[in-house]
Design a protein around this ligand. Structure first.
Ligand SMILES: [Zn+2]
Length: 428
């Protein structure tokens, strides 16, 4: 074996009921998951009862905007609309070198956080397609250790922005993976519905997945998700289409939603909530009570819809926080959706791991023989404790290689003259 991780606790218990397992890795694949592996390996990690999970997956991100906070100025109001305006001011000044540099830096952060697959939207409304070229270059450069999937995203509206549909088609021809959209940003509800039809037909023709920014609004009558589900069903795109944000669902009539969720389930449309962003950008024009704005995560999950949590933004025109930590995303999602029950809390861990992997269509994701050897060792005993502690990533393995080790948090404490070992876990 190339690598063995010993005494690992899995997120979903081993079928035979063993409390810990050894994970053997060979040639970039998981070769064995057994209570005690007799084999030897060139490298071994003793997890010592820590949780070992398949890596974090971010199903919704904007890598062309990340780490641009303060360029050319900060978002003074902190609102979505000022963020979009600010992005418009920044776009003419973007250079490919700066875009690549910031994205690569973010990927370094991601790897250190055990985040090894990211679906990033990339704005195609700039005729130069600078950001598309930059992120395709980033995708090539990080491919040895991180799966970067790109969505052609017409930020200013595929119908509203002149040339956007042509640019989107060019971006797909250049190698972008997924068809994006933003129906609620078109001029009218009718234009929004037309954009969904056009984009879904294009995706069906090309055999591609679809992921639209859909109904990112507090308007209960923003119902493009209904059109997206209906077009998915009509075109036979079941299992390949995702609605991102869906915040208007928070404010919709309850009876209408009972029909809508069944329609989403029927058409196999997945949902992505972005808890950090939804809780800060939605409900901004409310006085009190202020709506939370996040979509109906537990109800969607209960109906059998695949739901993931995305990070969406880190240090960009829309959001001046974040560090690529999907446990922070899960933590916020859990609180906003009041998912504090045992099964619900675990489902929030799935929302930043397995569910997101399903939406991306990742091959060989999981901790079982034959899966890709992509793993994160967390300083926690189970998924719920990992969320509570935003647990340290003790080691990160990508394609069978250790790509990150814990940046010795405890050693840093020792340098400041504090106790070397501070244990925040509850001992039972
Ligand atoms: Zn987004």
């Amino acid at each position: 074996m190339d690598l063995i991780i010993r005494r690992a606790v899995l997120a979903h218990a081993h079928p035979a009921g063993h409390s810990t397992v050894d994970i053997g890795i060979e040639a970039g694949r998981i070769a064995a998951v057994e209570p005690h592996l007799a084999a030897a390996a060139r490298e071994e990690i003793d997890a010592a009862g820590a949780l070992v999970s398949a890596p974090f997956v971010d199903a919704h991100f904007h890598m062309d905007a990340t780490l641009s906070y303060g360029l050319p100025r900060v978002n003074a109001s902190g609102t979505l609309l000022e963020g979009i305006a600010l992005w418009g001011e920044l776009k003419p000044h973007l250079t490919q070198e700066a875009l690549v540099e910031r994205a690569i830096q973010y990927c370094d952060w991601a790897v250190a956080r055990g985040l090894l697959a990211i679906r990033s939207h990339v704005d195609v409304c700039d005729d130069r397609l600078l950001a598309v070229e930059a992120l395709l270059e980033v995708k090539r450069r990080v491919a040895p250790y991180l799966d970067l999937q790109l969505v052609a995203f017409p930020q200013d509206g595929v119908l509203r922005s002149p040339g956007a549909f042509g640019n989107l088609k060019r971006a797909i021809a250049m190698g972008v993976d997924v068809v994006g959209g933003i129906p609620h940003f078109e001029r009218t509800m009718a234009d929004g519905a037309e954009s969904v039809r056009l984009l879904c037909e294009f995706a069906a023709e090309k055999g591609l997945r679809v992921d639209m920014h859909c109904d990112e609004s507090d308007d209960p009558l923003s119902r493009h998700i209904e059109t997206l589900a209906a077009q998915t069903h009509r075109l036979g795109l079941h299992g390949r289409v995702t609605g991102s944000h869906l915040t208007s669902m928070h404010s919709m009539d309850n009876y209408y939603v009972s029909k809508l969720i069944a329609l989403m389930r029927e058409s196999g449309v997945a949902a992505i909530a972005n808890p950090l962003i939804n809780i800060t950008l939605q409900g901004r024009s409310d006085t009190y009570p202020k709506r939370r704005g996040m979509t109906r995560v537990p109800e969607l999950m209960a109906a059998g819809v695949t739901v993931a949590f995305g990070h969406d933004c880190v240090l960009d025109p829309w959001y001046s926080f974040g560090s690529g930590d999907m446990l922070e995303v899960a933590h916020m999602g859990l609180h906003v959706a009041q998912m504090t029950g045992i099964d619900a809390s675990r489902a929030c861990f799935d929302a930043v791991t397995a569910n997101a992997a399903t939406i991306l269509g990742l091959e060989g994701y999981g901790v079982a023989p034959g899966c890709a050897a992509n793993l994160v060792v967390l300083d926690a005993r189970d998924p719920v404790e990992a969320i509570r502690l935003r647990a340290a990533r003790l080691a990160v393995v990508s394609r069978g290689r250790v790509v990150s080790r814990q940046p010795a948090q405890r050693a840093a404490l020792a340098l400041e003259g504090r106790p070397q070992s501070v244990d925040f876990r509850l001992h039972r």
